[in-house]
Design a protein around this ligand. Structure first.
Ligand SMILES: *[C@@H]1O[C@H](CO)[C@@H](O)[C@H](O)[C@H]1NC(C)=O
Ligand SMILES: *[C@@H]1O[C@H](CO)[C@@H](O)[C@H](O)[C@H]1NC(C)=O
Ligand SMILES: *[C@@H]1O[C@H](CO)[C@@H](O)[C@H](O)[C@H]1NC(C)=O
Length: 376
């Protein structure tokens, strides 16, 4: 065989191989093999959302209704929630099947959170909700000593405790050991682990402390820390489910629980006008780079990130950079991207942090601490 023939054959074989690989890839693509997995499936599931009577919460539940979820919303104002339930009915993907409900409660009280979990479970035919997403919260920006100490406590109640109490109540329900379930509950559970998610809504304020956010940012930082602790703890339960020793398995719950946390930036919500009125000018100067998002944009971006599998879900590029730059021991969404992005963010902070210090110093020097108009 001449060497020319050999080369020609190899070339042909190579071409055929590439062509076949390409074709097979195309077919697999069409069959959905490479479709990214949806880590936030809500179709046919029951989702409990707090703070959904307005703002990002309301925008989020409308999207969840569009995606086929049964939704229960919780807030204090019943008349506002009635309107949101009507909106969800209008946007529902399968209006004949999907169910919507609201519960009026003050979630800053533990007993109210327990009641909410009980009521939702009853409404959901004895099954706890599949997903709980806490969005309730409000910011009271102010210089630290300008507000009464009572406001500091209220902020913790409104933001941290509304999430922590509900998390406590729902995790106690989800993590009940298999051996403690009634016969009917065991039957309903079946053999496959039930996927459940507890999602909190923190804020990018948790990643960087700025003048004027002392009453608010610590409540969101506490929430981030709670998410990390719970995520670590849940490994115990999720691991026990997969034990080979039957007495270990008996202590495991039927549910596989995932903990996640969302970090929106500035949202143009009804609360925003209030915030702006309270905000000290230096806060506005320092957060100048923050991108303002509408309620719908923030809700849509949050859900997209959750669907993509993010543990810490950010809703905009600056938020993502802040997240990557302050991960410390928190799990990464993506090992490579987060590491590279984190290095970049740490380099950027070398310039941004001193600039922030200078701006506050300069404001004090020219205006004092009073609420003057900046730049005048
Ligand atoms: C509930 O919201 C409605 C509509 O915004 C408002 O008129 C009403 O005063 C609110 N009720 C309470 C108890 O806050
Ligand atoms: C099974 O688990 C129980 C409870 O943790 C433990 O006491 C026992 O030694 C384990 N059995 C085996 C074979 O590991
Ligand atoms: C804005 O502030 C007023 C007065 O403090 C309060 O009654 C109202 O509920 C707040 N609005 C929002 C959307 O938080």
């Amino acid at each position: 065989m001449a060497s020319g023939d050999w080369k020609e054959t190899a070339f042909l074989a190579g071409a055929v191989l590439i062509f076949l690989t390409f074709d097979v890839t195309l077919v697999l693509f069409a069959m959905g093999w490479f479709k990214p997995k949806n880590h936030f499936p809500v179709d046919g599931r029951t989702v409990l959302v707090t703070g959904a009577s307005q703002g990002m919460g309301r925008a989020a539940v409308k999207l969840l209704a569009q995606k086929g979820a049964n939704v229960v919303i919780v807030s204090r104002n019943a008349s506002k929630m009635e309107a949101v339930v009507e909106e969800m009915k209008r946007t529902a993907m399968k209006p004949q099947i999907q169910r919507f409900h609201y519960i009026s409660a003050d979630l800053a009280k533990n007993e109210e959170s327990i009641r909410v979990v009980e009521e939702v479970t009853q409404w959901n035919n004895g099954e706890p909700p599949d997903i709980v997403w806490t969005i309730a919260g409000a910011a009271h920006p102010s210089l630290f000593i300008d507000v009464d100490a009572e406001v500091l406590r209220e902020q913790m109640d409104t933001n941290y405790w509304t999430a922590a109490y509900l998390g406590h109540a729902i995790l106690r329900s989800w993590l009940k050991p298999f051996s403690k379930l009634s016969e009917s509950e065991r039957k309903a559970a079946g053999n496959a682990p039930i996927p459940r998610q507890f999602i909190m809504t923190s804020s990018v304020a948790a990643f960087a402390g700025l003048a004027g956010y002392a009453p608010y940012a610590p409540t969101k930082a506490a929430m981030r820390c709670l998410a990390d602790c719970l995520r670590s703890e849940l490994n115990l339960y999720n691991g026990a489910r997969r034990g080979t020793n039957s007495s270990v398995v008996a202590t495991a719950p039927v549910a596989d629980v995932k903990i996640r946390c969302v970090f929106p930036g500035c949202i143009l919500s009804p609360g925003f006008e209030n915030e702006s009125r309270l905000k000290h000018p230096i806060t506005k100067i320092l957060e100048d780079a923050d991108i303002q998002q509408t309620e719908e944009e923030a809700a849509k971006a949050s859900i997209k990130e959750l669907e993509g599998g993010a543990y810490f879900a950010t809703t905009q590029i600056i938020g993502s950079a802040m997240r990557a730059g302050s991960l410390q021991g928190s799990p990464r969404n993506s090992l490579i991207v987060d590491t590279l992005f984190g290095w970049l963010a740490n380099l950027l902070w070398l310039f941004i942090a001193p600039d922030m210090e200078r701006k506050a110093w300069k404001y004090g020097k020219t205006h004092g601490v009073t609420k003057g108009e900046p730049g005048k």
